[in-house]
Design a protein around this ligand. Sequence first.
Ligand SMILES: *Cc1c(COP(=O)(O)O)cnc(C)c1O
Length: 417
Amino acid sequence: MHTYHTPLDLVRQRSPERPVAIARPDAVATAARWFQENFRGDVFYAVKANPSPWVIETLAANGVTSFDVASIPEIELVSQFAPGSRMAFMHPVKSRSAISQAYFDHGVRTFALDTHEELAKIMDATGGAKDLNLIVRLAVAAEGAAYSLSGKFGVDTFEAPGLLLAARRATQDLMGVSFHVGSQCMRPTAYQAAMTQASRALVRAGVFADVVDVGGGFPSVYPGMVPPDLADYVDSIDRGFAEMMVHETTELWCEPGRALVAEGSSILTKVELRKGDALYLNDGSYGSLFDAAHTKWPFPVKLIRNEDGEAREVEGALKPYRFWGPTCDSLDHMPGPFWLPEDIREGDYVEIGMLGAYGVAMNTRFNGFGDAETIQVNDAPMASMFGLAKRSISVPKSDTANVVKLSKARGKKRRRK
Ligand SMILES: *Cc1c(COP(=O)(O)O)cnc(C)c1O
């Protein structure tokens, strides 16, 4: 991966014609170390958030050597770029052949499930293995999350005890519970609440969990969305864990995706045309801007202009713009608003920040686009939960459409060890 000091150097030296994924491995390394030092248990990286090889390698080099995978290609990716690491197959619905391959060819022992049928499938496809770690995914309330992840997966409260009991009987190794409070969870107490729900199900089943997996959902910073401190999330989880019916050796796991990688990448796009307040870019909803289009997230932006052999960041009076992507599909539209200088024009570059999670990962080749290269820079991300940059991204006062305001949760800061 070629390294430039900053995106300005890239633009000055190369004037790239295709979109460029700008990798900031230092930001991923910092996030990895934060979770290692502050989460009182094992950290599994949810690979789907960003499966780039440099991400897997950077995490592994910084102590995150457990991975939450959902498919055989993700398992192969982790085997290749973080050999010897531990993997948990946390997709609650798997094909029989994927289960067999994971177990027999890749040494995966941990499998999630949310039905009796899936439990039977796992037992069958592993030849009745006795060394499985079986994790029962519970459906929990997703209050305070930008994306709910409980509609599709998770056993409901009434059926959970029977499934927990069946999983307990099916393995001589670890039986656990997991949930996902929803992605970009803005409320730390959602974890404690979910753990209370999990605890009730365990009590009703009359079994102890060997693993409590609190899933992902840890937030990052976006314009108008400034989450509470990540330490507050860890505190909520510690409190929840302390109140759970578990035994002394019960393990605590988490599966962050977004929080580990959001700061780690941005996208450099080029303005191909301006029509009033509409900018036609060379990347869009079929590229790295899926969330900007489909959930209308107003990602932070910077204008970079290349003029007279010099690339510089242009500031000054801002106005709101919307973006169109390069494909011919009219769904390829990112409404923003994205605040950029009034005189933006064809040939300018727009760096779109905080796209490390669910950005590059969503890229398709639709209509012949989506062929982005990846380079590395050493400057700071546009915002940071880990002290690498400011903690908030301001939005003009008038622009409240996409603003989520939540008060900062209280809670005594506590550190592990
Ligand atoms: C997507 C996913 C995660 C990661 O979620 P984030 O909100 O990105 O932290 C974790 N666990 C499972 C099972 C997932 O599907």
